[in-house]
Design a protein around this ligand. Structure first.
Ligand code: AAL
Length: 430
């Protein structure tokens, strides 16, 4: 078939194409409103890149100073704790939540006071009843009280290692406190072998009391045993962290998995109707993909947590409205190690968590005498509270001294590798 074609038609087609092309560009430009210079309430509704979208969708505010779950952390040395000769024989670490009872603050923590410092994870086979393997081996649970949260008075042992072969005979460590129906419950790691022997293997034990001052009655059983064979938490359940939600005890805990290989630390959740259990593991465990020592606190109707140290989402603050599915809601820095907080509403179960402003953490690399290290408790302050507005806590871009950066300098072998690369480059060039 022959298509009729003359010069007039050709001209018409050309003009039409040009107009359509430029008209299309104009229409596209007209549709796309540029991202505004000043944010308004409707900014979040417009089309935007994935990076911009996620801070609008996930963070309470895309602006750190206006994000109630963003904070910096400020540290204060605590008064009242004696670390002996600072030779590694006395250590304090892994504090519990802080409770306010009887007109004062209470905290429980791991304390080791041994005749010699730890010989190290790798030499666990040489550990004895007097020689600890790790910093928390041969430890007991102690407690202290304070009226201002800065100066503490150590009160003595709360839970000591029970006799062999009861759970915890080797060490009781890393406690956290629950107040439930007028009674107090301490949950902690119960070791029956020196840690480091096969890993850091332990289940969770518990002791209860009518008073935060004790005496504590140790329950002779594992209240949260290790997971089933082959499960991510088959060897250890650590850092127990109880809260009350929906009338039940929500126990978050950590476990490390994927050995041998790159060890991954995840956070699980186990739920019970009463403090003795049974604790039922959540089917979606691990509920967090990152974190080591953990700190969870009720926030609005959900729960928030500090995600520290390990994993792809370390140094973040996360939130789960349903207490199970966590979102990253802020990314921060210099987070406290092994923290736990003063959480006045930890057990109120009122669906109106107000957040936290301070707590206690530890430094586990305090330099003592003769190159010995030990752990000491420290106070941290922050503004992760709906009731406090402290702009100083919401700043970022802390300037660390250059010496701190240089301290993380290249190792000898890294330096050699880099120099070899330059050397080869020059050789090949010549
Ligand atoms: C801590 C905690 C647990 C581990 C050890 C002591 O940071 O995660 O308590 O077992 O280290």
């Amino acid at each position: 078939m022959k298509i009729p074609f003359d010069l007039g038609t050709a001209r018409f087609c050309f003009v039409w194409c040009v107009l359509t092309f430029y008209g299309g560009i104009d229409a596209a430009n007209a549709q796309q409103t540029p991202f505004p210079y000043n944010l308004t309430d409707s900014t979040k509704n417009q089309e935007m890149s994935e990076a911009m979208r996620r801070v609008f969708d996930n963070h309470p505010s895309p602006l750190n100073p206006e994000n109630e779950l963003y904070s910096q952390f400020k540290y204060t040395k605590l008064k009242g704790f004696d670390y002996g000769g600072k030779d590694g024989t006395v250590t304090r670490r892994d504090p519990s939540k802080i409770l306010f009872e009887n007109g004062k603050y209470y905290v429980w923590y791991t304390k080791r006071h041994t005749v010699v410092p730890p010989i190290g994870w790798n030499r666990a086979a040489e550990a004895t009843d007097e020689i600890p393997s790790t910093d928390w081996d041969l430890a007991d649970i102690w407690f202290a009280t304070s009226t201002d949260g800065f100066t503490w008075e150590e009160q003595g042992i709360a839970v000591k290692r029970p006799p062999k072969p009861q759970p915890g005979w080797r060490a009781v460590a890393t406690p956290d406190i629950l107040k439930f129906k007028g009674k107090y419950y301490l949950y902690y790691q119960s070791f029956v072998e020196a840690s480091g022997l096969r890993g850091d293997y332990c289940p969770i034990g518990m002791a209860y009391s009518d008073s935060p001052n004790g005496p504590w009655k140790v329950v002779n059983k594992e209240v949260l045993p290790t997971g089933s064979k082959g499960a991510w938490d088959q060897f250890a359940v650590q850092d127990p962290t109880p809260l009350v939600h929906d009338g039940k005890i929500y126990m978050y805990y950590k476990s490390a998995f994927n050995r041998p290989g790159t060890v991954w630390s995840g956070i699980g959740l186990a739920i019970a109707d009463n403090p003795l259990g049974p604790f039922k593991r959540h089917p979606l465990n691990p509920v967090q993909n990152s974190g080591h020592e953990i700190c969870f606190f009720p926030y609005k109707e959900g729960v928030a947590s500090l995600v520290i140290r390990d994993g792809p989402e370390h140094f973040t603050i996360q939130y789960a409205e349903d207490w199970v599915n966590f979102k990253v809601v802020a990314i921060t820095e210099m987070m406290p190690i092994g923290p736990n907080a003063f959480i006045p509403d930890a057990f109120l179960d009122n669906g109106n968590g107000r957040g936290i402003t301070w707590g206690i953490s530890h430094f586990r690399n305090v330099r003592g005498v003769n190159g010995r290290t030990y752990s000491e408790l420290a106070r941290f302050d922050c503004d992760l509270s709906l009731d406090v507005h402290d702009p100083e806590m919401k700043e970022h871009n802390n300037l660390w001294p250059p010496e701190d950066y240089y301290r993380w300098g290249l190792s000898q072998s890294q330096r050699e590798r880099i120099e070899k690369t330059s050397h080869n480059l020059i050789e090949n060039h010549n």
